[in-house]
Design a protein around this ligand. Structure first.
Ligand code: NCD
Ligand code: ZN
Ligand code: ZN
Ligand code: ZN
Length: 433
């Protein structure tokens, strides 16, 4: 399928230098230069805004199959495109669980039909996410979806022997294992970060050690397997120290941090509003500071949203009964601007690194997170850094509206998203196939 050529007039590549024009043709970047002729192309006046490679989210929950009342591949794809994403990895904790090629291929196909973002299914590491028996990673990785990443996210691969075998098997296939680091024996009944806030409010705590003990263990298992492991949603200062140590030993370990863990802390618990309930829980200000620093320094490799839609009846109930998780796709960029760019911790060039290039490299995507150069695939995001907007959950493309940022004024907006040369979102509207 060919689309009409597009000329992006006056963009600043990575927010650097003088504005240039970018011509996109046949899904690729065809020409970059000042004052290019329209030459029959559709002209987009970009007004000097920032052009970045399309964002890649290693951690998205799309809820299809099973909970289409909270999100579908279509609505989640729309949210992703509006958030500036050109590829998302859809976690396996659906119903049924994505533990066979039948399910992963279905998710892949649905994503292609919708065409707003590349939806890469994540396969389960173990059958039914039960942690007992390895799923058929080989069949999923050689299926139509070419599954590149496996995770039991929602649950930890708790048994060290299963985790060891998963890493060894993954090494043979060249795929990524992503761990939800939570020692379940330390989080029985836990609903919030174990700290002074939860103690005062009478909430059962999730200690930092529940995460850190698994990060340490898996670093050692990765060392012995001679193969990489990826840590989902890093949330504590101790995890940062362990990542530093493991990397200094030459261990192949990568980690992601969510926008909400970079922004929010456990003072949010005061209201008992379960919109703030998430796994791992919102930690303390000292953890937030350590996570920001780690992302700036590359100790934490990338940002991932952990976009986790939930129905109102599963959120607007007593804190202990509510499901954990919060929306992320349409607020991620603004939170990164607010927490990292404005304070001078990340340049725009580095935003491209943590939201696009690194995640693509970690999972081995060869067509995403590419440099903005002639001949490269036109997977691009145009960002207006100056504007502000007010978060309104029910205005999101997601079916659910469980955002912890409701009512906040946030900086920056995605003006346009392009997937292989086709505009998928523009000025807050998606452009369906
Ligand atoms: C996720 C979900 O809702 O599926 N919830 C969450 O609190 N993050 C599962 C997960 O990421 O562990
Ligand atoms: Zn998780
Ligand atoms: Zn998750
Ligand atoms: Zn909505």
């Amino acid at each position: 399928m060919t689309n009409t050529p597009i000329l992006l007039r006056e963009v600043r590549l990575y927010g650097e230098g003088e504005p240039v024009d970018v011509r996109v043709r046949d899904g690729q970047i065809a020409e970059i230069g000042a004052g290019l002729d329209a030459d029959g192309a559709t002209v987009v006046e970009a007004g000097g805004h920032i052009l970045l490679p399309g964002f890649v989210d290693l951690h998205t929950h799309l809820r299809e199959p099973g909970r289409e009342d909270t999100e579908t591949i279509a609505t989640g794809s729309a949210a992703a495109a509006l958030g500036g994403y050109t590829a998302v990895f859809a976690m396996a904790n659906t119903d049924p669980v994505a533990d066979t090629a039948v399910i992963t291929d279905h998710v892949w196909r649905r994503g292609r039909e919708i065409g707003l973002v590349d939806v890469h299914p994540v396969g389960a590491v173990t059958v039914g996410l039960k942690g007992k028996q390895l799923a058929e990673l080989g069949a999923m990785s050689s299926g139509k979806a070419r599954v590149k990443m496996f995770s039991d996210d929602g649950y930890c691969v708790e048994d060290p022997l299963i985790m060891r075998r998963a890493l060894e098997y993954a090494r043979g296939l060249g795929v990524l294992i992503a761990q939800h680091a939570e020692e379940p024996r330390l989080t029985v009944g836990a609903v919030a970060h174990e700290g002074p806030a939860a103690a005062r409010l009478g909430l059962t705590g999730w200690p930092r050690a529940a995460e850190e003990s698994i990060v340490a263990r898996d670093a050692l298992l990765a060392r012995d397997a001679g193969y990489r492991v990826h840590i989902c949603h890093a949330s504590t200062a101790g995890t940062v120290e362990l990542l530093k140590w493991a990397k200094s030993q030459g261990i192949s370990i990568t980690a992601e941090v969510t926008p909400h863990h970079l922004m929010l802390d456990d003072s949010r618990l005061e209201t008992y509003d379960a919109v703030n309930k998430v796994n791992p829980p919102l930690r303390e200000t000292s953890d937030v500071a350590a996570l920001r620093q780690a992302l700036a320094e590359g100790v934490i490799d990338c940002v991932a949203t952990d976009h986790a839609p939930h129905a109102a009846q599963d959120k607007c109930c007593e804190f202990a009964a509510a499901r954990p998780g919060m929306l992320g796709l349409q607020t991620a960029l603004s939170i990164i601007i607010d927490t990292m760019v404005r304070p001078g911790l990340l340049t725009w060039r580095a935003v491209a690194r943590v939201m696009s290039e690194k995640p693509a490299q970690i999972v081995g995507l060869t067509d995403q997170g590419r440099p903005i150069e002639v001949g490269e695939p036109a997977n691009l995001t145009l960002v207006d850094p100056e504007t502000h907007w007010v978060v309104q959950g029910d205005a999101f493309a997601s079916i659910s509206d469980n955002t912890p940022f409701e009512g906040l004024t946030l900086p920056g907006q995605v003006r346009l998203t392009m997937l292989r040369g086709r505009i998928t979102a523009e000025e807050g509207k998606v452009n369906a196939l």
